[in-house]
Design a binder for this molecule. Structure first.
Ligand SMILES: Cc1cc2nc3c(=O)[nH]c(=O)nc-3n(C[C@H](O)[C@H](O)[C@H](O)COP(=O)(O)OP(=O)(O)OC[C@H]3O[C@@H](n4cnc5c(N)ncnc54)[C@H](O)[C@@H]3O)c2cc1C
Length: 393
């Protein structure tokens, strides 16, 4: 494999997918199953923990489509386990339970992202994708008068790659779209997530995702799959606006624990079960964002690169897998359509146009759902965090 990427060796592909998260693996796997020559690159080795653990019942079928029987004994490495539902303290002080038992699948999923993302990449490779890790996309330029539309640069020492079609699955950074001059739609959203892992040697078999609104933002916590070195782990995430004083507090270990101590349910739950903080606090943007243009000539963005959601929606991974599958099909059909030249692989292409329409519809329905949920939380009406969400701009 290394030889493929040594400087001086140039290789050509039908499709290069930049980013090996759920969107990248789903897109690459779909294209490879059609027999396309696909290269999937990721700058990470794949062991850096990511946020995003809770999948609603509607996503279970999709996860099975990509990963197979997730509950078979030889599939234990998938990093998923059953989740019973959500307990939310949102519009009132009383906890409300949404039980997944009464849904079609009867359960949702909680995922360990390192194992889950790895399982998806493994399936993409099994379908015929060539995966290269530790390769950072740096640049792309258009090729004229050849069968290939793009020449891609992956930094000093790595060979130039050529491809007919380029897919940006690089997450919120949208590195390909930005390299091509793409920009994000302007919004006033400054939502930021502060995540702290906790561990306990005591028992915790809580199968629910717990959500709690507070005066300056909202929390969620999930128990993570499995037991590591005799300890059970839980992730606790606080969301607030980056410009509020509570954001600065949440970024420091003492401030985070102080804010957690003032929560009505999640702080006491951790204390009762003997949880202690583990490792450093991690910050990540959680604002709603979308590209102005989801596609251009012979390229498109998929997953968070195209549009990224407020974690309140719990829809990010579902959207990454669903739109990855859709994108893979439509790119294959567009490339099959009479060996079209590069100029015909833009938004005017019948298939690519369908993808753009799907992305626009997804964004509209996401924004109205998000606004609806925030407006069902009437408390702390005088606080900036909630005022901003009562009259979203
Ligand atoms: C606080 C928080 C909580 C969340 N909770 C949930 C939840 O409960 N449920 C849910 O469904 N979703 C949740 N999400 C959203 C979910 O994590 C994302 O929607 C999902 O990870 C998107 O997948 P993706 O493949 O599009 O992008 P990512 O998972 O971000 O993958 C992008 C990949 O691109 C690679 N990359 C980036 N730049 C380059 C480059 N230059 N060259 C090569 N590779 C590159 C990265 O290494 C990465 O592996 C949450 C998000 C946040 C911030």
């Amino acid at each position: 494999m290394a030889a493929l990427f040594d400087k001086g060796t140039e290789t050509s592909w039908d499709v290069v997918v930049v980013g090996g998260g759920p969107a990248g693996s789903a897109t690459a796997m779909t294209l490879a199953r059609f027999g396309r020559r696909v290269l999937l690159v990721d700058e990470q080795g794949g062991t850096r923990p990511k946020l995003g653990e809770s999948l609603p019942p509607v996503c279970v079928g999709l996860v099975k489509h990509f990963l197979g029987n997730i509950e078979a004994p030889d599939e234990v490495q998938c990093g998923v386990f059953r989740a019973a539902g959500n307990v939310s303290v949102w519009g009132t002080k009383q906890p409300q339970t949404t039980d997944f038992f009464f849904t079609q699948t009867g359960f949702g999923l909680c995922v360990d992202r390192v194992a889950f993302d790895e399982a998806l990449r493994t399936k993409a490779v099994a379908a015929g994708t060539i995966l290269h890790r530790g390769l950072r996309f740096e640049s792309c330029s258009r090729l004229a008068d050849t069968a290939f539309n793009w020449q891609l640069g992956f930094g000093p020492g790595a060979a130039v790659q050529r491809t007919r079609y380029l897919v940006d699955c690089s997450g919120r950074r949208a590195v390909v779209a930005r390299a091509l001059g793409g920009s994000m739609l302007e919004t006033n959203d400054m939502l930021f997530a502060y995540a702290q892992w906790f561990e306990t040697s005591g028992p915790d078999d809580d199968p629910y995702t717990r959500i709690e609104a507070g005066p300056h933002g909202w929390w969620y916590t999930n128990r993570l799959p499995g037991v590591q070195e005799g300890a059970t782990r839980r992730l606790v995430v606080f969301h607030t606006d980056k410009d509020l004083p509570q954001a600065k507090m949440a970024a420091s270990p003492d401030g985070f624990l102080q804010l957690l101590g003032s929560s009505a349910h999640i702080g006491p739950l951790l204390e009762q079960r003997g949880y202690r903080p583990l490792g450093a606090i991690r910050g990540a943007s959680a604002k709603s964002q979308r590209l102005v243009s989801f596609c251009g000539d012979a390229w498109m963005a998929v997953g968070d690169a195209a549009q990224a959601y407020d974690p309140l929606s719990s829809q990010g991974i579902d959207k990454a897998l669903r739109t990855g599958s859709h994108a893979g099909h439509l790119i294959h059909y567009a490339l099959s359509d009479g060996q079209v030249a590069g100029s015909e692989l833009g938004q005017d292409n019948h298939y690519i146009g369908q993808y753009v329409m799907q992305q626009q519809q997804l964004w509209q329905s996401y924004v109205s759902q998000r606004d609806f949920y925030y407006q069902t939380q009437p408390r702390w009406a005088e606080q900036a965090f909630w005022q901003r969400r009562r009259s979203p701009g």
